[in-house]
Ligand binder design. Structure first.
Ligand SMILES: Cc1cc2nc3c(=O)[nH]c(=O)nc-3n(C[C@H](O)[C@H](O)[C@H](O)COP(=O)(O)OP(=O)(O)OC[C@H]3O[C@@H](n4cnc5c(N)ncnc54)[C@H](O)[C@@H]3O)c2cc1C
Length: 430
């Protein structure tokens, strides 16, 4: 039974929402978590699983470093196997120009006292025996790690419930009620909950929920394809990210593979909002995106037709959707892996899937409250970094809500930066 009231309602059962509900419940807060589908059904179970500090923007790095420490204890605290491995993250450069770009990030690593170093091709061959190919060097952070997204998010959801959070799946939040400039309730498909505090942790759907209370959140989604190979003997426990293939080997021997960071961007009606805000970062990273015009645009137009079921219930209507994987990318990433490790000649493809990554114009999340309505908080816009950040975001959100403050500097992550034109400078992703 949906309660009639709660102190806090968290919308979205991805890693950000589950961690927030868990941290609030651990401290005795009366919190409800609403998820329109299943826990972790969207991005948070489809991520590559890299828990990576290296290459991050300084604005999110303090949280990423604190988050890494939580990850080191998380498996024990959850009491469940989430395939946590702390063996480092290696970014490989095939040419000197890319190596120089990686070198450019080292002063940030030093400033934040990270264990990041630049490796020579010989050092990389020592670190990962059997690797071949033209390698100019790489950037390595031994304290980085990886975990299994499909296990971790569900486990955090279960922990939230054990700690006292009331979790409702297949229960979409349809609207947020406001009275006198303050959040007063959440209308769901199963009834209304009175609440003074709402956390919008709805991944790529956050912009739609926010629009309902007059907030314009610039947010797009891109489609990223992941392949899982058949099992192979152990090659390396390190997460590796090369220009044509990114991979990590799971404890069972299969590899998660992706196309080195390239994603498909399906043009939808939404694409024509905030184009100016996204332009600078797009231009810097355009090689990472393949623009697609097709079914998604047509579906989006249909969704907006008056009287359509999807217009009436836009959130409940999008449950359990499987984004279409890009098979070309999947096969080329498997080829890329075998080029690096010819001894994996027999390894095949076990499955392919895709996930929709939500992103803001400056590729930084939006975390914290807003000028109005009071009681409304964002924990969204993670721009491909949210799996690693999820657990620390939960902690930060619980501090903001229960203590009214946090030690982290959230100014660069505030919602108002977009309207103020004070976003982080466009940068090439490292
Ligand atoms: C293929 C892929 C690879 C990635 N690799 C990495 C990686 O290696 N490392 C990393 O750190 N990050 C990675 N990411 C990014 C990371 O997965 C996301 O940043 C993170 O999972 C975002 O978590 P979230 O909780 O904000 O969103 P989500 O996981 O998308 O969760 C939001 C939830 O809100 C629910 N929801 C939406 N609207 C409503 C509503 N109205 N009512 C109720 N529920 C609602 C949705 O159903 C969804 O379950 C990757 C992402 C993808 C897709």
């Amino acid at each position: 039974m949906l309660p009639s009231a709660a102190d806090v309602v968290v919308i979205g059962g991805g890693i950000a929402g589950c961690s927030t509900a868990w941290e609030i419940a651990k401290r005795g807060g009366n919190v409800v978590l609403l998820e329109k589908g299943r826990i972790g059904g969207e991005q948070s179970s489809r991520a590559w699983g890299f828990v990576r500090q290296q290459g991050r923007d300084p604005a999110e790095l303090p949280m990423m470093i604190a988050g890494n420490r939580i990850w080191q204890e998380l498996q024990a605290e959850l009491g469940e196997d989430i395939e946590w491995v702390q063996a480092g993250n290696l970014k490989i450069a095939y040419d000197d120009q890319r190596l120089e770009e990686l070198r450019g990030w080292l002063p940030i690593a030093r400033e934040f006292k990270l264990d990041t170093e630049l490796l020579t091709p010989a050092q990389i061959r020592d670190l990962i025996p059997g690797i071949i190919g033209r390698i100019a060097g790489g950037m390595f952070t031994p304290s980085d790690g990886h975990a299994e997204p499909s296990k971790a998010t569900a486990a955090i959801g279960r922990a939230a419930e054990r700690a006292g959070a009331q979790v409702f799946t297949y229960c979409a939040a349809e609207a947020i009620e406001v009275s006198g400039g303050h959040v007063s309730g959440v209308v769901t498909e199963k009834g209304t909950i009175q609440t003074p505090v709402v956390v919008c942790a709805a991944g790529g759907w956050s912009k739609h929920l926010a629009r309902g209370v007059g907030l314009s959140l610039p947010q797009i989604t891109v489609r990223n394809t992941v392949a899982e190979s058949t099992a192979a003997p152990p090659i390396t426990p390190i997460c590796v990210w090369a220009p044509d293939v990114a991979f990590r080997q799971r404890p069972g021997g299969t590899f998660y593979l992706a196309g080195g960071g390239t994603s498909d961007y399906d043009i939808t009606v939404e694409s024509f909002r905030n184009t100016r805000l996204f332009a600078a970062n797009y231009v810097k990273n355009r090689k990472m995106f393949h623009l697609r015009v097709g079914a998604d645009l047509a579906k989006d137009v249909l969704r907006k037709l008056p009287g359509s079921e999807s217009r009436e219930h836009p959130f409940a209507h999008t449950v359990d959707v499987e984004p279409e994987p890009n098979l070309e990318t999947a096969w080329s990433s498997l080829k890329g892996l075998k080029r690096m490790f010819p001894m994996l000649g027999d390894v095949g493809m076990k499955r392919v899937f895709a996930g929709m990554i939500d992103s803001t114009p400056d590729a930084l999340p939006v975390i914290g409250g807003v000028d109005g309505p009071r009681g409304f908080f964002f924990a969204t816009g993670f721009s491909g970094h949210g799996f690693a950040l999820g657990p620390i975001v939960g902690k930060v959100m619980s501090e903001l809500i229960l203590d009214g403050r946090t030690d982290f500097d959230l100014r660069p992550l505030r919602f108002s930066r977009f309207a103020e034109g004070d976003m982080a400078k466009a940068k090439k992703m490292v």
